[in-house]
Design a protein around this ligand. Structure first.
Ligand code: GAR
Length: 193
């Protein structure tokens, strides 16, 4: 199963996926490309460590969504990779219907809360400020509704009395690093390619 990872940030989840692949824990999945929408994104540094191509792809003209010329560039380049799965791992940009329809049923997103609670930006901070005692992370299929597609799996994280926002965030990220590679491995076993 050919996997393409899209991200905007530090790429710790991309690294967890690549490490799982190296450890033989990613089922029949193979990461074939990492793409970032920011030239300075840390995610671009992880590809070379694992022998996987990583590149910046210009998302312009919009700042918070992938539409217009940028969407065309992404569709054309990703089509050429013939992916079976596109993983949004911290890709901080709204994906629009043309892209979603082109890769229908093949795009999954990682979100740092137990959806449908705390969608959108800063899911960790939202949960912390609301004072919930259990939060977690979610992997779901991407649809036109932001953070609203069918849920594939979730991992809960309990907030203990001595937690701080940074310690809570670390627990969420640790859960993400377990959950996302597990989901990809499971999907790869069902994929057949
Ligand atoms: C992750 O916590 C992921 O859940 C979040 O961005 C972070 C990326 O971290 N995604 C979203 O908030 C999407 N709405 P990383 O760059 O270290 O993998």
């Amino acid at each position: 199963m050919r996997v393409v990872i899209l991200g905007s940030g530090t790429g710790s989840n991309a690294r967890a996926i690549l490490q799982a692949q190296r450890d033989g824990q990613l089922g029949r999945a193979e990461v074939v490309q990492i793409i970032a929408d920011k030239t300075e994104a840390g995610i671009l540094q992880h590809g070379p460590d694992f022998g996987v191509p990583a590149r910046y792809l210009d998302p312009a003209p919009f700042k918070t969504k992938l539409e217009g010329a940028g969407e065309d560039r992404y569709i054309e380049f990703i089509e050429g990779l013939t992916p079976d799965l596109i993983v949004l791992a911290g890709f901080m940009r709204v994906i629009k219907p043309r892209f979603i329809n082109r890769f229908a049923g093949k795009i999954i997103n990682l979100h740092p809360s137990l959806l449908p609670s705390f969608p959108g930006l800063d899911g960790i901070g939202q949960a912390w400020r609301r004072g919930v005692k259990i939060s977690g992370c979610t992997v779901h299929y991407v649809t036109a509704e932001v953070d609203g597609g069918p849920i594939i799996d979730q991992e809960p994280v309990r907030i203990e009395p001595d937690d701080t926002l940074p310690s809570f965030a670390m627990k969420i990220h640790a859960a993400e690093h377990r959950l996302l590679p597990q989901v990809i491995a499971r999907l790869s076993e069902a994929c057949g390619d």
